[in-house]
Design a protein around this ligand. Structure first.
Ligand code: F6R
Length: 259
């Protein structure tokens, strides 16, 4: 695992975008597949990717996007549904065709429909040849996607209950806590691990504890993001505040300086 610590969240966005672009190039596919996180963490990274597209350095018109997760029960077109967020923040700015954006289906009316939708999502990822580069944020409780603490390390896309912590953290995107859905459909930890490269971005002191547990704690379902330790090509790009509880900082900085 590579750990890159940079002074500010703007630096994080720039550097993470380079890691993503490099990963897409290394995949050497005409139709590369990008795994998309939502939330505030990757917004700067998406803006940097959009800049690279606008300057002609990168062309994502042939690319496919697969979202990590979606809320259950939001009406179609709800501005906080992850499909709408990604159409707004990613498809337009990055020139990714909306027809090539895939988002887990949270519209099922009962458990059977949601379970069938989740299985179909796994099939679509396989059919696309897998995710080449997966962008990740991290929840303050260590979740990635919406794999809350206790999620099976071998999990696949499925319905999950959101933890109270996550619902409170995400209430800022809604009118209030009562409007935050209680359930989601999320890629599983095994699904995430199947991606060719993982790029985790985190900024701010609120993420410091989760980042330390994920990168330096035991590999454990108690901190779902700790599965990064299992992946052969994972990079965590952090600002100083998010990295502030790491113990092996000197080693990471020395490694990042190169040979
Ligand atoms: C959402 C997702 C989540 C977020 C996490 C952090 O698609 O993958 O794991 O990355 O909840 O959210 P922010 O970035 O808003 O702090």
């Amino acid at each position: 695992m590579e750990v890159l610590v940079l002074p500010t969240s703007a630096d994080v966005a720039r550097r993470a975008a380079e890691v993503v672009i490099d990963g897409l190039r290394a995949a050497r596919r005409d139709e590369p597949v990008l795994g998309l996180a939502t939330g505030s963490s990757p917004l700067g990274l998406y803006a940097e990717l959009a800049r690279a597209v606008a300057s002609g350095r990168v062309d994502l018109r042939g690319a496919c996007g697969f979202a990590l997760d979606e809320y259950v029960g939001l009406p179609a077109g709800h501005p906080q549904s992850y499909r709408e967020v990604l159409l707004r923040e990613v498809c337009g700015p990055l020139g990714l065709s909306p027809g090539r954006l895939h988002v887990p289906d949270g519209s099922g009316h009962d458990e059977d429909e949601l379970v069938a939708g989740a299985a179909e999502y796994e099939r679509l990822i396989r059919e696309a040849g897998g995710v080449d580069v997966q962008i990740l944020g991290i929840g303050a409780n260590g979740h990635i996607g919406f794999n809350e603490p206790g999620s099976a390390l071998s999990s696949r896309t499925r319905v999950k209950r959101l933890s109270d912590r996550t619902r409170h953290d995400n209430a800022r995107f809604f009118d209030g806590i009562d409007d935050v859905p209680t359930h989601c459909v999320t890629q599983g930890l095994r699904t995430v691990l199947d991606a060719g490269r993982l790029v985790l971005v985190a900024s701010g002191p609120g993420k410091a504890e989760a980042v330390a547990a994920a990168l330096e704690g035991p590999l454990s379902a108690s901190c779902p993001a700790s599965v990064l330790q299992w992946h052969a090509d994972a990079t965590a790009v952090l600002d100083e505040a998010a990295a502030s509880m790491l113990r092996n900082r000197d080693y990471y900085d020395a490694s990042a300086a190169g040979l």
